[in-house]
Structure formats: C-alpha cells, structure tokens
Design a protein around this ligand. Structure first.
Ligand SMILES: [Zn+2]
Ligand SMILES: [Zn+2]
Length: 137
C-alpha cells in the first residue's frame, strides 16, 4: 500500500466553476448525483465530489432583453386609398345655384346627345337636395 504518495489533501485547481485535476491538470467532469468522487479521465485521480459543492455558482439571470416582441400593429394599414371606382363616378361640381333649395354646388355631367348637331346637355344635380336639372347648350 503506497503511503502518502497520492495525497488527497491536494484539492483540485479551481478556475471559475471548473475543477482541474491537481495532478495532471485535466478538466474534471461534473459529478453525477450518485458520485462521491470524480475520477480524472487522464490520470485516474479521484477528486471528491464535495469539491464542487463550494463552487461559486453562477446565476444566469438572463436579462429579458426582449420582454415580449411587440407585435407591430402595422398590419392594420389604414385603407386611405381612394376607391377608384367611386372616384370615377364622382361628378365634378359646378358652383351653380340650385333652383330648388338655393344650395350652391351642383354636380354636373355633360352628356353628348345622339347627334353632334344637337350639342351637349349638362345635367346638374344638387348636392344638397338632389334636385336635378338639365341644360341644353
Ligand atoms: Zn489527473
Ligand atoms: Zn338643392
């Protein structure tokens, strides 16, 4: 029985939370739950698992850098686009006076009659009361 050659008083070298074999410098594995000693993979030295107990345990307080990725509410794009069809049917407005209600602002539409000889007819529609009149040019 060798005497004192393999002293267990020498504790493992500790770097951070890692233990290294004091005999050969090999990084020691973490002890399993049922392990009392960690054998050095290189030289077979047994390091007591208790050496790990006093290790400064790093608490990884993961900073919640991104609490909850704010879902951009840009998905709801306001549809301010003009309705092309409605705009097309929107008649121009003439600053004419409604004969019925006196409202100024009649939408008008110029209609070409059957033959060019008869000229065109302008149809007015009151924006206020809806009264429609037509004027023959
Ligand atoms: Zn070793
Ligand atoms: Zn009117």
């Amino acid at each position: 029985m060798p005497r004192g050659s393999q002293s267990k008083t020498v504790s493992a070298h500790r770097i951070g939370s890692l233990l290294f074999c004091p005999a050969c410098g090999t990084l020691l594995d973490l002890p399993r739950d049922d392990q009392d000693e960690i054998p050095c993979a290189q030289c077979g030295r047994l390091e007591p698992a208790s050496s790990y107990e006093n290790l400064p345990t790093k608490t990884y307080s993961s900073p919640h850098a991104f609490p909850s990725p704010l879902k951009s509410k840009r998905g709801l794009v306001q549809n301010t686009m003009d309705d092309g069809e409605a705009a097309k049917e929107r008649d121009p407005v003439a600053q004419e006076k409604c004969q019925k209600c006196g409202h100024i602002g009649l939408s008008y539409k110029v209609m070409q009659l059957r033959s060019a000889d008869e000229g065109s007819t302008v149809f007015y529609k009151c924006l206020n009361c809806g009264d429609q009149t037509s004027l023959n040019n």
